[in-house]
Ligand binder design. Sequence first.
Ligand code: NAD
Length: 297
Amino acid sequence: MTNIGFVGVGNMGLGMAANLIKAGHAVTAYDLMSETLDKAVAVGCTRAASAGDAVDGSDALVTMLPSGLHVKDVYEKAVWEWARPGMVLMDCSTIDVQTARDVIATATSKQLLMVDAPVSGGTGGASSGTLTFMVGGSDAAFAKAQPILSAMGKAVIHAGGAGAGQAAKICNNMILGATMIATAEAFNLAIKLGLDPQVFYDISSKSSGQSWSMTTYCPVAGPVPAAPSNADYAGGFATALMLKDMKLSQEAASKSNVSTPITAQATALYQALTNLGGGGKDFSAIIKLLDGSFKNS
Ligand code: NAD
């Protein structure tokens, strides 16, 4: 049993904290929103009065926050003051690579072990404990973080040094974001050319056009019954979150002088869908933007 502090128990953090408790750990949680914190207490967490209170006395810390600015803020205002030597810090938020590296460098200078450990798997994976963790940090930090992350996920992969987890996460989501748009364009054209979408799916899902975007989140309702397209694009992976990850990838590409013309265009399309009010819809709703039928409902 490890005493774990947990800061940020929102859509993802709640299920993750619940799985730490199920695995026998003691979790002291904090969130800015008191109703959100109530839910964490209901699954067995101890209520902390502040982020510092969640860190104080803990042997490990998990943070699951919206962006790099929030992460910087929490570490500067609470963690550095209350963390004690030997503690392992795990930031599971999706943030920019540079902030991840900066925060880990500060932790290292204070003799603290820290990893960036963003996740894939969404809220379903968070509550069922089947997330994939992409971890950046030293071997020593990874060794300490791995057993705790394993209680929340099905795979914990050491991607490399500080920031490597964030790099893997945004590069993976570049592929996801772009293949969804290519898949949506292909379905729109197939339908216009008179193909039955189910027949096109049966062919392409077994041909070289196959991808996760097609076989798990098919943007046309029907072929994949569990895909968000069957529920008017509710649930799934919100367009606003896809846009956030695509923007992080473009920022990193620009800083690294890497050309990404396809994902630059994909970012603009997710921005357009968000501007029309589609930020809360699953990102496969991009098919409705492309065929001109998107309605904000
Ligand atoms: P969320 O907004 O539901 O949760 C974040 C929580 O952090 C909120 O409850 C908020 O009140 C809290 N918070 C913000 N600032 C704080 C502070 N200073 N102190 C304490 N609490 C603070 O977001 P989420 O969907 O849980 O996502 C969390 C992270 O996980 C994001 O970085 C997101 O990109 C990433 N992620 C989300 C998903 C998903 O499907 N939701 C999937 C993969 C990765």
